[in-house]
Design a binder for this molecule. Sequence first.
Ligand code: TYD
Ligand code: MG
Length: 460
Amino acid sequence: MAKIKKIFVCQKCGAQSGKWIGKCPSCLEWNTYLEEIENKEVTSLDKKNIWSEKKSKKNIKPSRITEINNTKTQKILTLDNEFNRVLGGGIVPGVLVLIGGQPGIGKSTLLLQVILNMKETVLYVSGEESEEQIKMRADRIGVMNDECFIITETNTSKILTVAKNMMPSLMVIDSIQTLASPHLDSMPGSVSQIRETAGELQRFAKEFNIPIFIIGHINKDGAIAGPKLLEHIVDTVLQFEGDRNYTYRIIRTLKNRFGSTDELGIYEMMADGLREVSNPSELLLSQTDESMSGSAIAATIEGMRPMLIETQALVTTAVYGQPQRTATGLDMRRVSMLLAVLEKRGGFPFAQNDVFLNIAGGLKISDPAMDLAFVAALVSSLEDISIPLEICFAGEVGLSGEVRAVSRIEQRIQEAERLGFKQIYISKYNLKGLDVSKFEIEVIPISKIEQLYKRLFEDI
Ligand code: TYD
Ligand code: MG
């Protein structure tokens, strides 16, 4: 028997209410409540207290942890090393993975490319594109696979029936926002539908031990559309990001029940699919032989990977009253802080100048160790003196202009040395326990930013 229940659900956080409310008491957003109809199947179990069920057919017996067999958790390795890396070393059977990203960033391309290169039988479910469109994309990627099956369907019960008959080794759902469960009357993409369909997929994945990859769109605020709840249901959350005007794409692990969340994979979007970038530094450094003012190289670590990245600054006289501050790839508040420190400690007249700061390659990096490179780039542009190409920087700048120690300094120095840099500026406080004599690169420890520009641009 079906019981029809009307509820109002906040489309932002998934909170429910019996009546419409203007402001959500849970996430404090306005106008987010929508009426949804829940068509819930009432089973006999719902009516009874399940703990007092005496005639349960299957007696549940607790297992000793030492007796649990985990041979089933053999991970499936894909051909894509970056993808294996973010998943924590391969695909765990029965895992539910959510891949979020803005439209057009390349989510469908990435998953299609991964499954086309697999030997196992794969079912790709698309609610967004026709079979022909998917075939066209596969043609672009240029790999064909006889074991890759496509269905274009949005009804979860039909999808799961197909999957049950087929028993693929892996399933891809493109995307969760197009799925609709026949048990609910609300629109595809609504909070209730997302929650219900994700729950059905989760039960299927766990029951049949089939890994399922779910593509999810990201809304304007950068969150995966639908409630946070989706992130709790899945085992792993990956985020695919990058600037659409650039070719680099980064895939980050935001949550992983089976591996580290420090991982990150880098790709380059080519005309024939995504290319793995196993050595990011070499690509991210700009391809000029000449040193130019306003450019400084930072030895950063993203996730677990050391990368040398070019930071660029342009400081020009402000033409209009209010000086402009523009930052691409880094936090504006960080820029204001660095400018204020430089103004106060070094007396540099940034208040009268327009300032543009940029990370080359369209990447967004939040490593505080980039501060020192930004400071060097800013002073270099203001004074119009270039920094020699063989110098790089790794240090955080504090409010009083002190250069603070950063994590994994040894890895940063090693990467700089590997790429042929001759000098690296680091914080004096990083020297503790660090044997600098083993490096060929000259390590220059400093404790204040004054020492940086005095040494770099000696006559200032
Ligand atoms: P797509 O995978 O459709 O993005 P999403 O599923 O995240 O919405 O990728 C879209 C973009 O990628 C599109 O602008 C075209 C581009 N692209 C390439 O540059 N090379 C390729 O080989 C493919 C398949 C797509
Ligand atoms: Mg897509």
